[in-house]
Design a protein around this ligand. Sequence first.
Ligand SMILES: NC(=O)c1ccc[n+]([C@@H]2O[C@H](COP(=O)([O-])OP(=O)(O)OC[C@H]3O[C@@H](n4cnc5c(N)ncnc54)[C@H](OP(=O)(O)O)[C@@H]3O)[C@@H](O)[C@H]2O)c1
Length: 161
Amino acid sequence: MNAIVSVTEDWGIGYKGELLVRNRVDMQFFKNNTMGGTVICGQNTFESFPGGALEGRRNIVLSLDPSFEAPGIEVFASINDALNALHDTDSNDVWVIGGESIYRQLLPMCNRALVTKNAVQLTADAYFPNLDEDPTWHVESIEEGGVTKAGIPFSFVTYVR
Ligand SMILES: NC(=O)c1ccc[n+]([C@@H]2O[C@H](COP(=O)([O-])OP(=O)(O)OC[C@H]3O[C@@H](n4cnc5c(N)ncnc54)[C@H](OP(=O)(O)O)[C@@H]3O)[C@@H](O)[C@H]2O)c1
């Protein structure tokens, strides 16, 4: 299983339900990597998508709200139920896409994390675990990404364990 995330310098990922950094290049990177696979997210993250379910991907959404539904998604009320629904799916094609609560629960099952690192400090209320402080993870590759329209330098860092 893979995680894919965009972080600031202190591993912030969101504030008041929104992403911290807007970046078209990173959105394309996310699309290229997840296309054709299965994405898993929490209800809050799903509700932040402007267009609903992500096209070309199986959309798994975790929610404890029994009335929650939306076109193109499968809703599960527990991590176990979601993982059971994926028993015949190659775990290399499964992408954990957030938010904080889902990353924290599923990161222990991931062996690869694609982290877009933004060289900026911003106020956040949602975080990804700091993989640089976790000795079970190490950096496999770093690719310079460029600079966002707002002038934030970013790079694509692949962590494995
Ligand atoms: N930078 C990035 O790459 C990135 C990616 C995605 C999201 N984000 C940001 O992350 C923030 C959202 O994170 P979040 O932690 O608030 O929300 P979230 O993880 O997207 O969703 C939380 C929701 O999922 C439900 N849930 C969690 N675990 C569950 C489980 N095991 N079974 C069933 N339902 C479960 C929660 O229900 P209960 O509350 O009832 O437990 C809650 O409704 C936003 O700011 C968003 O922009 C950033």
